[in-house]
Write a protein that binds this ligand. Structure first.
Ligand code: NAD
Ligand code: GLY
Length: 350
């Protein structure tokens, strides 16, 4: 088992390794006084892993309730969030009890938001079961739901108390879902660690999965430790996301988050090179990674559609928006654009 500490406004451990679902009871019991929790999962992950986690927790002396909502980004919404809150109230969870988010990033984001708001905030533990959730969304405390107007438009910063990542769960992931995590992993290399990017390009991610997750978590923990509330450095984690979120929204969430980020990174690099923010070669690095890992590069939408979707993005701040561009492989910066600048950036991206 590997262990990465996160030091944000609260400190918590991230445990990474095979077989950790079985150990969840002892890991959690050793760090909490509470004996009551609710597992929040989705209808795909629940039948695969919830019984195992329930058993491990019950053997550690805990009372466990279970709520599963229909899988998919289209359900990361107010209705699902409300149903989770009602479930918690019906099961009489108190402020000293806690939630477990068992699943991918959708489960982690919505269960985390429920934990942030139920009775003005209770504890929760992230148990990511996708490569993306393990490598990105389970760490750092961003929780959210989507609104009709766009992605993640309601949410809260609420750090988990612990992250338990059983990398054996990735064995049941469809290849396309696994590759969503590859996109965020490539992103971490491109913005923060050129050697990591090169090692991904040369190596076999699945064969080194625990180490790859650990390096992702180390990068994310370093950024979040410095800038938990995204006033500065954390914005760099949004590389590929301004146009990526626009693609997700335009597709009605038919294009998954990781795939949209893969396309969004290519679009950002093309625009940044054409507009002189990035040196030549950054687009080639993204295209090479997307090609190697089966991620898409073509954007199915035109500049008007993308621009209209992007102007609803929460990264917008009044009349301006920060987009992330690469200074070189392994180093990124933000560029502040007004709305005319964003339109020019979007047109240059295609
Ligand atoms: P997801 O949660 O929708 O999972 C993808 C699919 O895989 C779902 O159908 C799910 O049921 C299924 N699944 C999950 N684990 C499985 C397993 N072990 N075996 C088989 N099937 C499994 O998608 P995701 O890619 O994990 O997460 C994407 C979400 O994460 C988006 O909503 C995105 O906005 C969010 N996100 C949040 C942050 C953050 O910092 N909070 C960062 C990145 C992404
Ligand atoms: N995934 C972006 C962030 O956590 O800030």
């Amino acid at each position: 088992m590997q262990h990465v500490p996160v030091n944000a406004s609260s400190a918590y451990p991230v445990y990474i390794g095979g077989g950790l679902l079985e150990k969840a009871g002892e890991l959690i019991a050793a760090s909490t006084q509470s004996h009551t929790c609710a597992i929040i999962t989705d209808t795909t992950v629940g039948p695969l892993y919830a019984a195992q986690v329930c058993r491990a927790l019950q053997e550690a002396g805990m009372a466990v309730s279970l709520h599963a909502f229909p899988a998919g980004e289209q359900n990361k919404n107010l209705g699902t969030y409300g149903a989770i809150l009602e479930f918690l109230a019906e099961n009489k969870l108190t402020r000293s009890d806690f939630l477990i988010a068992l699943g991918g990033g959708v489960v982690g984001d919505i269960a985390g938001f429920a934990a942030a708001t139920y009775q003005r905030g209770i504890g929760y533990i992230q148990m990511p079961t996708t490569f993306l959730a393990a490598s990105d969304s389970s760490v750092g405390g961003k929780t959210a739901i989507d609104l009709a107007a766009g992605k993640n438009l309601a949410g809260a910063f609420h750090q988990p108390d612990m992250v338990i990542c059983d990398t054996d769960t990735f064995r049941t992931l469809p290849d396309a879902v696994f590759s969503d995590g590859v996109a965020e992993t490539v992103k971490h290399g491109l913005i923060a660690d050129a050697d990591f990017y090169q090692s991904l390009m040369a190596g076999d991610i699945r064969a080194q999965i625990d180490d790859v997750v650990r390096r992702n978590v180390e990068i994310k923990a370093s950024v979040v430790g410095e800038d938990e509330f995204e006033r500065g450095r954390r914005k760099l984690l949004n590389f590929g996301h301004t146009l990526g979120h626009a693609i997700e929204k335009c597709s009605g969430y038919g294009v998954t988050h990781g795939h949209a980020v893969g396309i969004g990174m290519a679009l950002a690099c093309r625009a940044a090179e054409r507009l002189g923010y990035s040196p030549a070669g950054t687009l080639d690095a993204v295209l090479a990674a997307n090609g190697r890992f089966g991620l898409p590069v073509q954007c199915p939408y035109g500049a008007d559609e993308l621009y209209n979707a992007a102007t609803g993005d929460k990264k917008r701040d009044g009349g301006s928006i920060d987009v992330v561009v690469l200074e070189e492989i392994g180093r990124a910066k933000t560029v502040r654009l007004d709305m005319d600048g964003l339109r020019a950036f979007t047109e240059a991206a295609l």
